[in-house]
Design a protein around this ligand. Sequence first.
Ligand code: EPZ
Length: 431
Amino acid sequence: MEKYAIMGGQPLRGEVEIGGAKNAALAILAAAVMTDEPVVIENVPDVRDTNVLLKAMENIGVMIDRSERHTVKMNSSQICDCIIDDEYMKKIRASYYMIGALLGKYKKAEVPLPGGCNIGIRAIDQHIKGFKALGAEVRIAHGSIIAEAKELRGSHIFMDKVSVGATINIMMAATMATGKTIIENVAKEPHVVDLANFLNSMGANIKGAGTDVIRIKGVEKLHRTEYAIIPDQIEAGTFMMAAAASRGDVTVKNVIPKHLECITAKLLEIGCRVEEYDDAVRVIADKAISSTQIKTLPYPGFPTDMQPQMTVALGLAHGTSIVTESIFDNRFKYVDELMRMGASIKVEGNTAIITGVEKYTGARITAPDLRAGAALVLAALVAEGETVIEDIKYIERGYEDFEKKLQGLGARIEKIDSDRDLKKFRFRIAQ
Ligand code: EPZ
């Protein structure tokens, strides 16, 4: 199994290009099956999650051409089945976006119950509530969700909980329903807006994405489109946090600064300098960072997907910080690993009380999930000595060329597959 070998202590300096947003790509790739005409999607990140979803779509007859690494050309006119295979779909939670897309277009879908990172209970009751409100019969059998409808009719749906996935799934199912749908208390993440823009580029009639209420007028048919996915605000935020934790100076390029506002605000609060440009943000951390309080919230609040990375930085801050995780109920699993590197953190329920320490020290650790894995890489980059991180497959679900991008910023990190590789890594950095 591949691992990362990291020798800490180098402040990160330089520029890094941010890729397409994984969570926008997963929704948009799924939604692309809703037309029989050709679709071209650019800026698709080459990460495990998107690659698994594309394999599953090919498996039901979607024709996919990925001759260029970040461009996907699709034609869904020959789809032969609305049953998504277990083999692919237990691996990624976003599998369930195929329900909204297939139900919306074919009025039927069968998809295995979602898999994905273990960061807490991943309910789907709000998705089911929306599908039923539109007139679908939904049942769970043999580990799959089965949804079908003679006809989908517009409805007024009030979400009991703000849910990114449910907002996306219901929006897709309602796009081709008969009549008007109003969805209240929706998620406002940039990738929800990106999906609405993508669907509208295919002829949908969706208004209000990015606000609390989305209004949809159902259409009969969707047509061809060419579309480019927005930059990944969590990948960008991860590199910004790496600059803060390593006392470095990093410019993240090809970003939408507005999507990073909450992360920027917190970096300013802990003493970093931040310069914003049209499509880039520079983070300069030329002095010790100070403590603060964080509570994760739906967008535009502080993103839960940045919680582990922020905790790593605050673990080295002067003073005591408090991080409250309000979205998921088990997203502090990585703290045990971080404490093996010298962090001083007490987790009580969904709150972490962080007492800043002078330094982290390298250790052999394991990535528990995607964002926690990335956060542990940040900790290793600033730790004294060598760290080996196992289970990096989690990190590769959402970060393209992560170690190469970090090397470009001066980090001493390599992907290794054996102790022999580790010895070669040690030899190389000792030169
Ligand atoms: C999406 O997950 C993202 N995944 C997650 O990113 C992200 O952390 C999350 O949104 C919050 O921003 C993708 O986009 C593929 P939710 P999702 O539905 O849609 C509860 C990453 O790192 N809930 O907004 O599953 C749920 O249990 C991943 O890229 C219900 O109770 O998140 C959770 O506590 C990790 N019933 C909360 O809502 C439902 O029907 C938010 O979940 C649905 C959700």
